[in-house]
Design a protein. Structure first.
Length: 249
């Protein structure tokens, strides 16, 4: 059995600059939004423009050298890194079978590995989104807890506006990159490889995880919208009482 490892390094790469450097230094090819590095027989590195690299059969030292090189081309690098690791082996019994984190595949060509890498890279990027949303939930969970306990919450208009803005940025950032979780254009060009991608995508539960992520974002946003409406109501009530008092005077 061999190891395939996906690592989310940053929000994205400085992709054109990275390609310009690698194309002059190593045996590298580019296919749409992926740079492919071939280091030996069935030893590949796939670098996706959205900040994820997938490594097939990379030894630890080679992996560390590559990560050090990529560190110069990261936009908003992550600390700590997010990674996923699976095992694979070649078998002639079936086209592809995945169980217990073991991928059994009938061939290990560059394009087959790339189709598998698309699914694994998407899963790792999705894990980054999930971690980001979990942090947002932890930062805002005091709002419903305080409302349930006290029936109200002392949150200034400025602070509430900042919370809403932060959640909106988080949501827009994820929604705008949701196309990363769609079937890659690479698969449309090589339909004969689609079953490799779909098998691993289903195993990693990319579609249901993306749906859950979107729903969690919407719940947070609805909570903050409710707080904003309540604050507007309090402000309107205060203005009405001021008018009544002035009329009485």
């Amino acid at each position: 059995m061999q190891t395939v490892k996906a690592i989310c390094l940053a929000e994205r790469f400085q992709f054109d600059a990275l390609w310009e450097f690698l194309s002059q230094q190593t045996k590298a090819t580019r296919l749409r939004n992926v740079i492919i590095l071939t280091q030996g027989e069935n030893v590949f590195a796939f670098l996706f423009d959205y900040g994820v690299c997938v490594l097939f059969q990379y030894e630890h030292e080679a992996e560390q050298r590559l990560l050090a090189l990529l560190g110069k081309y990261l936009i908003n690098p992550l600390t700590p890194l997010i990674d996923e690791e699976l095992h694979f082996r070649q078998t002639g019994e079936i086209s592809i079978r995945i169980r217990n984190d073991l991928i059994e595949v009938d061939n290990l060509s560059e394009l087959t590995c790339l189709s598998l890498s698309h699914a694994l890279a998407q899963s790792t990027k999705l894990a980054f989104f999930e971690t980001s949303i979990e942090k947002t939930i932890q930062k805002t969970k005091y709002i419903p807890e305080t409302l349930a306990r006290k029936g109200s919450i002392a949150l200034s208009r400025v602070k509430l506006a900042r919370e809403r803005g932060r959640v909106y940025l988080e949501k827009s950032h994820i929604i705008l990159q949701f196309n990363l979780l769609d079937t890659p254009e690479f698969i449309w060009e090589y339909p004969e490889l689609e079953h490799y991608y779909l098998a691993l995508s289903r195993y990693l539960e990319i579609a249901p995880r993306a749906t859950v992520l979107k729903n969690r974002l919407e719940v947070i946003q609805e909570l903050l919208e409710m707080m904003a409406d309540e604050q507007k109501h309090r402000h309107s009530s205060m203005l009405e009482w001021i008018i009544i008092i002035l009329i009485a005077i």
